[in-house]
Design a protein around this ligand. Sequence first.
Ligand code: FE2
Length: 355
Amino acid sequence: MAFFRFTRSKHRKLINFTAAHLMAVLFALLAGTSSAWAAELNVYTSRHYKVDEKVNKLFEEKTGVTVNKLFVKNATQLMERLKLEGKSSPADVLILTDVGNLVRAQESQLFQPLKSKIVTETVPQRFRDSQDLWTALSVRARILVYHKDRVKPSELSSYESLVDPKWKGRLLVRSSTNIYNQSLVASLIKASTVEDALTWSRGIVANMARKPEGGDTDQIRAVSRGVGDVAIVNSYYYARLAASNKAKDKAVVKTVKPFFPNQAGRGTHVNISGAGIVKGAKNTDQARQYIEFLLTQEVQSLYSLENFEYAVHPQVKASPQVQSFGDPKLDQTPLSKFATHSSLAVKTLEKSGWR
Ligand code: FE2
């Protein structure tokens, strides 16, 4: 049974689908009939990071607008719910991780234009939708993490080189149902062809140390334990471990190192978390104000310092952990250019046998 976390900032509750759905409908009715609800904002989000609670609290303190948050980790389920609710949905803002999800929401016509000067002036064009339907809030790189005793950094170069037979039984990566891998494959399709992306996916499957299981952090821990030698993970998961004070995390970080692939070519694949204003939103002004707030230096610094993501705000520096990565070359391709290959990437991954 799926659980949806529908929280009003001061009264957190965990409720199941039926109760949450009833609440949402009731909420929609109230929102449509009472002006007292105007100082509220309904945010549907699949961002799964602690820092977001703090950010919402800050927004409430600064504006007096109450943020009602519906958290559903699975972005597909969240989008399905929005589609089911249709015009009666209380949602004002939709926040998703990964551009693949943002483009799917766009294709399902869940967004309306942002119409915000702050968005266009703050966020570099490659991190925004060309039709103004969504904007990035933060950026992350899909990097390699290797065991420092069993792999020399000189043995690593690109995503493409990971299909070399020398890596047989040594690679760790999560399931292909995960959007991070789907977008990586979409970026490979964009950089080359579907055929090459299929050959690559098959090569990765052939070199896996085990069947995919767990999330990105689990892959890093597995490298440390010796289950495999190289993992493909998002940068903030490694940085989070590197910043942790827990003894067991420190022990892991001692044994592994990060590596940014494709430095000699197009640069390391990057992705985003992002937001848009929901089509038919009742609180459009607050929705815009909220997204603009998420792009302030204050919030961008929180994303950077507390969640170890790259800020999209050009003036906000990376956290010390992320700065310790150096200044790697990151892929400059506008994200929407490969995100449109998302469905093709899913088919490619299925065909390759990547579970
Ligand atoms: Fe994540």
